[in-house]
Design a protein around this ligand. Structure first.
Ligand SMILES: Nc1ncnc2c1ncn2[C@@H]1O[C@H](COP(=O)(O)OP(=O)(O)OP(=O)(O)O)[C@@H](O)[C@H]1O
Ligand SMILES: [Mg+2]
Length: 498
């Protein structure tokens, strides 16, 4: 008789780990279940009881497979059912030696949560061994040694500060997603200037990337916060689970977009309708496409086809292929070459004019007023590589500029991504009409200047580390994006299509 049941989605990830993670497709499936159990047990909060609901046909497993139950008579090493029962009993504060039913139920919940975690933070193009290392070893709260190595110690920082001429009190050390925050008390106001000037030297002395130590004036008098990055193997992964949880909170924005977590791990989102257009720029591999996925998946998780529609242009690659399944793409396909891009952009300009004429007939001034009288989806147009598009056809700048100047009031919004944030790609009228800017890591501070009107993006850590400049805040805010997988995108699309 079976003891543990899985769903269709669970089995899907089990197959993927076996095939692409272990690279030994013949390995027994229960090995993946055991790793999933370990992952779930490394989390502090108990798994939700909604994991008891199984959607889609999966598989059945016996306790013998999962915990080696019953193998003790022949070989005591193989049966660790008692050990698992003991761990779960302590974790849940229940005596699971006296309740088989509850034991199996909790075991199944943990395994299913572990599988869901694998699904959200690993994908088959990444090393599964690295995933295990990051998720099970480095993040384990019991692993004190790596936590120590992970942090610039108080003594090291004090010694480095002394070298730049400062003797200050370190009030607090906190671990963020990729950076640690050190709250320093500066007794003398002139120490602030010394600290500002000495940041480069501190990076050098502490052995962290050039200029990666940053400073923020704290909210309490006399406190300055230093942010110092950890080595990449000690970063916490921001998984798509964060986006799902944010989306489930019932968003009230017109176009809700989740961009990632702040340095200390809080969710950060914005309303694209207020933006009203966004530029995303950064060097190759900095995380632009992943950031675009995160924006699109936010909209797909929170809105319906009658509320938002998409126009997608990707002349460079096949990054948007999964979105081909969307039921109401403008032009009914993703634009993959200049001709198709030109058709879509000109069709969007026509749609903008049509909407304006309709607004006149309805006696309204803009999209907000019109949407009270008639149903009209907002349109989000995404260009995956602006520089590539304009390099192939400079003429396309004309419809883009017209949309950037006038489309907002008709409910049409642009998200433009580019690898080359040079003046030729992002100049003049386009620049002045795209107020929200997202800078991922760039090579030079001059590129940072073009995107944000200030330097800083050249010191980012890459892989979804970003500075976001909004219209209502003077300083850019630093965020770390989530690593979304193909499964996450497929899930978002099916949510939108429901
Ligand atoms: N938020 C993130 N967290 C962790 N890793 C990330 C994140 N964003 C991106 N990465 C990693 O960086 C890689 C490159 O990201 P992405 O493809 O988005 O870069 P890109 O800027 O679009 O590059 P290109 O200009 O070459 O298209 C991803 O495959 C992933 O491994
Ligand atoms: Mg890309």
């Amino acid at each position: 008789m079976a003891d543990i049941y899985t769903s269709h989605d669970d089995e899907n990830i089990v197959e993927q780990v076996k095939t692409y993670g272990f690279r030994t497709p013949k390995a027994p499936k229960y090995r993946v279940l055991r790793l999933a159990l370990a992952k779930s047990l490394s989390m502090e909060t108990p798994p939700d009881d909604d994991l008891d609901t199984l959607i889609g046909e999966g598989k059945e497993y016996s306790l013998e497979q999962v915990t080696g139950y019953g193998k003790s008579e022949d070989n005591s090493v193989l049966d660790y059912d008692d050990a698992v029962r003991a761990i779960l009993s302590v974790y849940h504060n229940e005596d699971l030696f006296n309740s088989d039913v509850l034991y199996k139920k909790l075991l199944q919940r943990h395994i299913r949560r572990g599988l869901r975690e694998i699904r959200t933070s690993w994908n088959r193009s990444h090393s599964f061994i690295n995933w295990l290392r990051e998720e099970l070893i480095l993040q384990s709260p019991l692993d004190n040694e790596s936590t120590d190595k992970n942090t610039v110690t108080q003594e090291n920082l004090e010694a480095a500060l002394k070298e730049i001429g400062l003797t200050v009190q370190i009030k607090e050390i906190k671990q963020g997603i990729r950076l640690n925050k050190y709250a320093l008390y500066l007794a003398n106001i002139h120490h602030l200037d010394v600290l500002k000037k000495g940041l480069g030297k501190l990076s050098f002395r502490l052995g962290v990337p050039d200029d990666s130590v940053t400073l923020e004036i704290g909210s309490e008098a006399g406190i300055a916060n230093l942010y110092i990055p950890r080595a990449p193997e000690f970063w916490r992964i921001v998984s798509s689970q964060r986006l799902h949880e944010w989306a489930a909170t019932g968003r009230t924005e017109k176009l809700p977009v989740w961009l990632g977590c702040t340095i200390m791990g809080d969710d950060f989102s914005m309303d694209l309708a207020e933006a009203p257009h966004v530029l995303i720029a950064g060097a190759t591999g900095s995380g632009k496409t992943v950031c675009l996925h995160s924006m699109l998946c936010s909209l797909l998780h929170t809105l319906t086809p009658s509320q938002v529609q998409f126009a997608l242009i990707d002349t460079k690659g096949t990054e948007f292929s999964l979105y081909e399944k969307l039921p109401n793409l403008c032009g009914e396909k993703i634009a993959r070459n200049i001709l198709e891009s030109s058709e879509i952009l000109n069709a969007l300009v026509d749609e903008m004019e049509r909407r304006n004429q309709r607004f006149v007939q309805l006696g309204v001034r803009n999209y907000e007023e019109a949407s009270m009288k008639t149903s009209l989806p907002r349109i989000v147009a995404v260009v995956e590589e602006l520089a590539d598009l304009l390099l192939q056809s400079r003429d396309l700048e004309t419809p883009l500029v017209r949309l950037a100047q006038k489309a907002r009031s008709t409910g049409i919004h642009l998200i433009l991504a580019t690898q080359r944030p040079d003046a030729a790609t992002f100049s003049g009228l386009l620049r002045s009409n795209i107020p929200v800017r997202i800078a991922l890591r760039v090579q030079k501070h001059t590129e940072s200047n073009i995107i944000l009107d200030q330097k800083g993006a050249e010191s980012l850590l890459g892989k979804g580390d970003m500075l976001v400049k909004l219209t209502d805040r003077p300083d850019p805010i630093r965020l770390h994006g989530a690593k979304l997988t193909d499964d996450d995108i497929a899930q978002a699309i099916s949510h939108y299509c429901q």
